[in-house]
Design a protein around this ligand. Structure first.
Ligand SMILES: Cc1ncc(COP(=O)(O)O)c(C=O)c1O
Length: 392
């Protein structure tokens, strides 16, 4: 169809003009930290494999054994014949780790959020969403057809104001937020949000994709403080620190039962391959057995930030906001010349004018390489950004 291709070409040109066109780059992850890209060996600071478990021998072995025993794909939705007993084992283990009654595993974190939110709220209900929440929380909120209202980033007092003003107009209210913010690395004020939610009979849901395995002794962001925050809907993924794939929700038995019956992305999608579930169980084992190892990514991020002269991070994610997309792309290319892979993050992943480098630190990053990266960032990236601002 000519009009279809003309539409696509015009859209792509527009993206190109704004430095927002994306292209896939072949990348072979040779180990948990080293990659091959464009024929070069690069040290990655752009993976969410915080504990490098994608390449851990025990995790790989668990997957290989399960493939041998049970085949590759699940063959059907979990509600038909795809519910291998490993699912139940993983769900029991996750629920216990997150101090919840029950758990439901989904095909991915993205699918989880698209299934959970519309299963709990609908038209005429209220969803309050942190303005910097991950794209899939926004999509889940939109799909639910509830009235969606963003609140100021990490601002529980704004949630209080919005609920005081609007709660009475809606039967149900849901507050959704990242636990650890994926592009900023800060942690949501979960204790304050939980108290506000309780006062207004609103339900609190956190997406802890980047908290599980690395924050709060590995148990996630609602365990980050001395007192555990009461988050009745704890969502997360198996695809980051666990090094596998898939998403989950930990909640009460009643809520999980409802989710199993109502979440369309769990019901109408093929179950995860049993080997991936086996890998996630092996990864969870390691995290529970070795809390000191789970603490390493944050320690490395803090050491980097100290050396580069950046504020102390709360998680292994360290953003360096540079402004325009072009500036972020240039900084990424510069770091690649030094052998570091740090991808540029541009709108719409982050708000306009806040394109950035997003660095992620992992347990196995060598200390001398972290120090070398900090030196390059301090002397070339940050110094360059400061002189560009001064010249404006
Ligand atoms: C905060 C957050 N939630 C959900 C997801 C989606 O998880 P998955 O990659 O398992 O689909 C991501 C992944 O980027 C994320 O950062």
């Amino acid at each position: 169809m000519r009009s279809l291709d003309e539409f696509a070409t015009a859209k792509l040109r527009e993206l190109e003009r704004n430095s927002l066109r994306r292209a896939l780059v072949d990348t072979t992850r040779v180990t948990g930290i080293w990659m091959l890209r464009n024929g070069r060996r690069l040290l990655s600071f752009s993976c969410n494999d915080y504990l490098n478990l994608t390449h851990h021998p025990a995790v790989k072995e668990a997957a290989i054994e399960a493939v041998r025993a049970y085949g590759v794909g699940a063959g059907a939705s979990r509600f038909v014949t795809g519910n291998h007993p490993l699912f139940g084992e993983l769900e029991r283990r996750l629920a216990a780790f997150k101090d919840a009654q029950a758990c439901c595993v989904f095909g991915s974190g993205y699918l989880a959020n698209l299934g959970i939110i519309p299963a709990l709220v609908g038209a005429n209900d209220l969803v309050l969403i942190d303005e910097l929440s991950h794209a899939c929380l926004w999509t889940g909120a939109r799909l639910s057809r509830a009235v969606g209202v963003p609140f100021r980033h990490a601002d529980a007092s704004h949630v209080e104001e919005l609920l005081a003003e609007r709660r009475r107009d809606h039967e149900r209210a849901l507050i959704v937020t990242d636990g650890v913010f994926s592009m900023d690395g800060d942690i949501a004020p979960l204790p304050a949000l939980a108290e506000t939610a309780e006062r207004h009979d609103a339900w609190l849901m956190s997406d802890d994709a980047h908290g599980l395995g690395v924050i709060g002794g590995g148990r996630g962001s609602n365990f980050a403080n001395a007192t555990q925050a009461d988050v009745p809907l704890q969502m997360g993924t198996l695809s980051k620190a666990l090094g596998a794939y898939g998403g989950y929700l930990c909640a009460s038995t009643a809520v999980i039962d409802l989710i199993r019956n109502r979440a369309r992305t769990a019901i109408y999608s093929t179950g995860l391959p049993p080997a991936i579930v086996a890998a996630a169980i092996a990864a969870l084992d390691l995290i529970q057995r070795e809390p000191l190892y789970a603490a390493l990514p944050l320690e490395k991020a803090k050491a980097f930030a100290r050396a580069a002269g950046l504020p102390e991070p709360a998680s292994p994610i360290v953003p360096i906001v540079l402004g325009e997309a072009e500036a972020a792309l240039k900084a990424s290319t510069l770091l690649e010349e030094y052998g570091f892979l740090v991808t540029a993050i541009r709108p719409p992943t982050v708000p306009r004018g806040t394109a950035r480098l997003r660095l992620t630190f992992t347990a196995q990053h060598p200390d001398d390489e972290v120090a070398r990266l900090a030196e390059v960032v301090r002397s070339e990236v940050l110094a360059g950004a400061a002189s560009a601002i001064a010249a404006q």
